[in-house]
Unconditional design. Structure first.
Length: 576
RNA sequence: GGUCUCGUGGUGAAGUUGGAGUUCACGCCGGCCUGUCAAGCCGGAGGUCGCGGGUUCGAGUCCCGUCGGGACCGCCA
């Protein structure tokens, strides 16, 4: 039907007769003897010159045949990739007329209410931005597949209708027609199946897998999302990180054209100490500075005897933060559970100004300034509390005060390793809770502390972080039933309970499970950042709104009684 | 479940101490126009100010409720 794409026509085509198809982006009439039509397809826009009267309007679908020619002197459009040429002597065939679009099909629609864009997503996607984003996504998928396959990974598809599992995220349930009252779940991840594929001797599995979680939506979370899911046999952590790094680096290079440096690693402990969070954003400084030793014999009650005292230096912000803003920061700290937040301002003569400065000795003040490398005009924020609280509060404030939008360069990838095996304590049972999931291999150097000090045991679990966004996580798994029992015991799970909850998963491991480990990372998040978007909806063709609805299809919709009868389901009246 | 925020012709905005659905830009329809390019000029149509109450002589504006969008917290082993 066509010989060229609109955006690809250039000076090398001059003199050729071409046929292009697309949508009318703009029509400019000059009497009934001359009109310009900008024709758009996914590749771009080309100007067609029409010498007779043709009724074409915005978004009409047309086929235009004509001759490529250079534009007359002085009429070159430098804003257009095809701006040096135009198609003349045009024969126009209207393939389909169209209603005027509800919003401009160009960059101006970036300002349109997102709900309206989603309602007319098929028009929104005609826009350059969405075309680019979806094609970026396809590039990432393709690069990831190539990278995985070149490393010997085998793509295996796992089921979408799976048993409901007791732990983890809330699941979507699918009623069984053959067995009314029973339900499938949609998979939160292919976790179980991929580990069983290792028992099954697949050796290296990968899948670009759709995962579903019925948890509240966010800028970086949808009900359904895509993950690169992978698992490897006969490997250690170094092997897994290398394999996944290769895929991520290939994906990034395919989009940006620049091969990222090897991905750096830090331990979870170091991430918490320096950045206060387990998904550190390495694009900016303002690191947490250790101050505990300075106040080891302080008279200041709020600092005396604190397990951990840390501070951050907010460069040059002393002036900007008046009483209201400082109170808001203090409130934020208290809401997170901190006892308080101490702020100090460095004045122009280098002294400290703060309600608490009178409680600090001259020596403490000077050490504070030198340790934090504070300069005139800086705002200093200090928290004294339990180590985890100090880190968490300052880490949050650091992000609040310094973090650039996620898509703003440079791209800073980082592996965070050695996550704690257990995190916190279950309020009801008093037992430790798994940091990642109960099948993570404990760190071999910490096995002697397993019973005596379980909370200090590290695991062979790791996260991949990009610009403060968690891209994904993984671990070396437990493949020995004895070790699994030890972890279950620490978690307060009896053998009976373990068999009941995880039996279908544990039994296969008695038939010869190889040592194995794996990883999964969210493709939507990676694509969003690489595409320069701060919202994954912008890189998903048909996303849901924050309330889980699709404004285009109106999903979810009510089920017919006939369907419900067949499934043996009755809907309760709405709660008053 | 919670906090904050937004809702005004098709789209984006403005709307003052409460005083007539007022305004601006784009789009749309009609006319003019032979080198424009998110064209220009002239004219026109188009809105139950998300919805429901309340206060008031009078509500886009104030109050209460509700629905919808967004950001965040909880949640996401």
């Amino acid at each position: 039907m066509r010989t060229h794409m609109c955006g690809e026509i250039g000076t090398s085509d001059i003199g050729q007769t071409v046929t292009v198809c697309g949508w009318v982006a703009k029509r400019r009439e000059h009497g009934d003897k001359l009109a310009f039509v900008d024709l758009r397809d996914y590749s771009g826009i080309v100007q067609c010159v029409i010498d007779n009267a043709v009724d074409v309007r915005s978004e009409y679908v047309v086929k235009i045949t004509g001759v490529v020619r250079p534009r007359p002197e002085g009429t070159v459009n430098v804003n257009l990739s095809t701006g040096e040429v135009e198609i003349g002597e045009c024969l126009v065939e209207v393939l389909r007329s169209a209603e005027p679009p509800p919003f401009p099909v160009d960059a101006r629609a970036d300002d349109v209410d997102e709900n309206v864009r989603l309602q007319y997503r098929y028009i929104d996607i005609r826009r350059e931005r969405m075309q680019k984003n979806l094609r970026t996504r396809a590039k990432v998928n393709s690069a990831v597949r190539t990278a995985m396959e070149s490393q010997g990974f085998v793509e295996v598809e796992t089921p979408m209708l799976v048993p409901s599992t007791p732990e983890g995220a809330r699941e979507f349930l699918v009623p069984s027609r053959k067995e009314p009252g029973s339900f499938y779940a949609l998979p939160q991840s292919p976790q179980l199946f991929k580990q069983l594929l290792m028992v099954a001797g697949i050796d290296r599995y990968y899948q670009i897998a759709r995962c579903l979680r019925d948890e509240d939506l966010r800028a970086d979370r949808q009900y359904e999302f895509m993950q690169l899911d992978a698992e490897m046999s006969f490997v250690n952590q170094v092997d897994v990180l290398a394999a996944i790094s290769a895929a991520v680096i290939a994906a990034a290079e395919s989009v940006t054209g620049v091969k990222p440096d090897p991905i750096q690693q830090i331990t979870w402990r170091e991430a918490m100490e320096r950045f206060g969070v387990d998904k550190p954003d390495l694009r900016f400084g303002m690191e947490l500075t250790e101050l505990t030793a300075i106040f080891s014999s302080t008279e200041f009650k709020a600092f005396a005897g604190a397990e951990s005292i840390k501070g951050i230096r907010v460069e040059g912000k002393a002036e900007e933060f008046g009483r209201n803003k400082l109170d808001a920061l203090t409130d934020r700290a208290k809401k997170m559970g901190a006892k308080g937040l101490v702020w100090l301002k460095v004045t122009t003569d280098g002294t400290l100004e703060s309600p608490v400065v009178k409680f600090l000795s001259a020596d403490e003040q000077s050490q504070l300034i030198s340790t934090l490398q504070a300069k005139a005009g800086d705002l200093l924020l200090i928290v004294a509390d339990k180590w985890s609280m100090t880190c968490e509060v300052l880490g949050t404030l650091r992000n609040d005060l310094g973090r650039p939008p996620v898509h703003q360069g440079p791209y800073r990838y980082v592996w965070v390793t050695e996550f704690p095996l257990f995190v916190g304590v279950d309020k009801e049972t008093g037992q430790p809770k798994p940091g990642h999931h109960p099948f993570c291999q404990p760190h071999p150097d910490d096995l002697d502390k397993f019973e005596s000090d379980p909370m200090s045991v590290r695991s062979l679990a790791y996260d991949l972080v990009l610009n403060g966004w968690e891209l994904g996580s993984g671990s070396i798994r437990i493949h020995e039933p004895e070790m699994q029992r030890r972890v279950f015991t620490a978690l307060g799970i009896s053998e009976d309970e373990a068999n009941r909850k995880f039996g279908f998963f544990l039994k296969p491991f008695t038939y010869g499970a190889p040592p194995h480990g794996g990883f999964a990372f969210g493709l939507d998040r990676l694509v969003a950042i690489l595409a320069g978007e701060e919202n994954i909806r912008e890189v998903i063709a048909f996303p849901k709104t924050q309330s889980g609805q699709d404004p285009m299809t109106n999903a979810p919709t009510r089920a017919e009684n006939k369907q419900l009868d067949e499934l043996g389901i009755r809907v309760l009246p709405p709660k008053v």
